[in-house]
Design a protein around this ligand. Sequence first.
Ligand code: SF4
Length: 382
Amino acid sequence: MRGLYVHIPFCQTRCHYCNFVTTADHSPGLRERFLAAVSTETKHVRDRYGRLSFDTLYLGGGTPSSLNIPELRRLVEGVRSVFEFKNGYEFTLELNPGDGDETKLKAFREIGVNRISLGCQSFRDAILKKLGRRHTVRDIAETASKIRQAGILNVSFDLMLRLPGQTVEDFRGSVRRCIELRASQVSLYDLEVHEGTPFGQSLKEGELDLPGEEDHARMYESAIEMLTSAGYEHYEISNFAKPELASRHNLIYWHNQEYLGLGPGAFTYLSGIRSQFAWDLARYFEKCEATDWKNDVEDRLSEEEKETESLVTGLRLCEGIAPASFPKIYPALKDRLQTLYDEGLIEIFGGKSRLTTRGKFLSEDVFAFLLLKGASSTATPL
Ligand code: SF4
């Protein structure tokens, strides 16, 4: 399996926690410059790797719907003319609730979109306001309904936890609404506070009222309990999907398979090399326009590093992994795995090792401990 990700770096406004590669300037001139740059980058990739074939296409950002329909069509036709897409490929578009009227949603369907990832984040208006989101709770239900009316039936919902002022009951209410609105998948994201964002500044000034660890853990446990009782499969640490509706694109990352990322900030993993062509928008324009194709970040992974990546990304999946199938790194990890079993963070299930519920909640600590020595550190681009 191989996936194609295209990063659309425009948003109407900037959320207070955002540190993604995106700009609130989405003027026609800048959008035109972006489309021309993606087209040049796409042709460069074809010259370097040939006519690659993909199982998934994912338009993320940013806000992909910041492009108008002729622009989106041009972008999609551009990549389709250069690459192969397998029959029945998954085509996801990220959408903010409230964006996209009936005409636009129908046009998404005609372009080939068959899955929408809806950035709900919370079902409390006061919290959405604090986050600096443009939408309201009412927009979420209305947009989900319009998406289905337009013929796109696979609608995945993103929810955030550990938000300022959020209580366990608020969060449970949000999960309940996802179930009621028949989300095909629910993806959970912990709020990360970054320096240089308004939230980073508030945290420094002691003004960010975040839930404590205990409430955070209760939110996560509530999600597991409520979603699995409602028939969702808990297939990855933070992802729950109705049978057969797990995101195929994200599974490519977690199975450590190949992906190509186009656009500013996007990561690529092809032929054993993990790379990032340009880390921000200004640099992306400058490099595409000068046809300077040297990657800003490029790592050729050794066999040990490939195994390490596969082990860590595989441990994110609830199906688990067989550690002994990583012969190059297993001897160095054996004792640390034993410690994790002893501490109840990893368990054996169906002949494989997988994180326990506590291990999932503490997954970043588990991975840091596992990779302390004898294996390279790793990070997925998502
Ligand atoms: S919609 Fe997403 S990418 Fe855009 S500003 Fe908000 S968090 Fe950032």
